[in-house]
Design a protein around this ligand. Sequence first.
Ligand code: NDP
Length: 443
Amino acid sequence: MSYASEVLEKVIEKNPAQPEFVQAVKEVLESLEPVFEANPQYQSEAILERITEPERQLMFRVPWVDDNGKIQVNRGFRIQFNSAIGPYKGGLRLHPSVNLGIIKFLGFEQIFKNSLTGLPIGGGKGGSDFDPKGKSDREVMAFCQSFMTELFRHIGADTDVPAGDIGTGAREIGYLFGQYKRLKNCYEGVLTGKGLTYGGSLARTEATGYGLLYMTEALLKDHDIDIKGKTVCVSGAGNVAIYATQKAQQLGANVVTLADSTGWIYDAEGIDVDAVKEIKEVKRARLSEYKNYRPNAEYHEGKFMWTIPCDIALPCATQNELDVEAAQNLIKNGVIAVCEGANMPTTLEATKLFQSSNVMFVPGKAANAGGVATSALEMSQNSQRLSWTFEEVDSKLKDIMYNIYNNIADAAKKYGMEGNYVAGANIAGFVKVADTMIAQGVV
Ligand code: NDP
């Protein structure tokens, strides 16, 4: 049995009821097989056994009082997965589906993503099963303050720097930062995604979506394809989806769909981003309202199954949203490229189907790395007590995404898997962390 299969068996045995974590580990380990064959020291140094076990896992009670005076209890998580190349870095997800396995899968992916950015950041992730949807601002604040009252003792600008993710936007980051500052009596860049008046970076809000499009552009350019005039389907209607749509339009593509957790819209004339921003960012409402802004658009209840023909598919909602049936629809309709804006939105089977059908496929750990990369730029600005202009940050972001594309393409080629960007991303992300772990000894 190969080294990777041996470790995978142990991971499955040690982590029952964590299917998403096992899925993420399986995808990485399988694609690294040729690296282990060529580099036996990774096995003798037990790198896989170490890298699949978080350095620290925190789970804690988060009690808070709702607007009816009733006490609510949520569960808080922070996984400090790997700090070989820098302080732990990764978002906080607030969603009812959050559990230990989900946070571990996200933290594991984050190790390689952060390594790919070329910046000094380790891998972490956190969150809670708290659902901000339908809660008043005061209830969200009460939750955030209680969450930080436990978390503050485990994080810091040089230790662990959380950020936003699903359900954690500017409002939540503000409440979390306020409570951290109060408890620690220290004004430091402990969170990223902060407001511009207290250390936030210009272009951080746009970064993941914009970065996704820079990656898509780099991929297409490398294959002599112009993104201009291409039809794009996007899923999700949150931070990543909105700014991916905006940048795609700026690059001359036509984005025709978006989806939220209750339904999806099809606008053949091109999505009206301002309307979506008002619905999702200001009113915190449902996409069904889009028809009030664009009467010719279609709204459909239920899950988006990628039935609309497009050249480029950008899944930007959540894990495992794009399954085999959806992949078959896309392939039948002639899709040429799929770039993941969300984390692991494509199932393993659907990913394999794209690859065997010669659809260019870039995994989230490379394609959505622009968010965390810009978070690291926010950390740099905080350390220097400086603020860079939007253009400065955006141009650094573009360089980072083009570099990531070149690195993952080269890594795949080096191990005889040209065009396999899943393998390329895993290899390029892994090697740097693994070599650093060896250099730092058995810790
Ligand atoms: P948001 O909370 O801003 O948006 C998520 C969107 O996805 C919402 O529109 C939500 O619908 C929709 N959604 C959630 N679950 C489902 C579902 N099961 N089916 C269909 N739609 C669904 O999150 P982000 O945009 O920040 O994050 C999206 C993805 O990108 C996540 O996987 C996240 O981990 C990843 N990511 C985010 C980064 C960032 O910088 N924000 C960085 C890197 C990755 P509704 O509006 O109904 O809630």
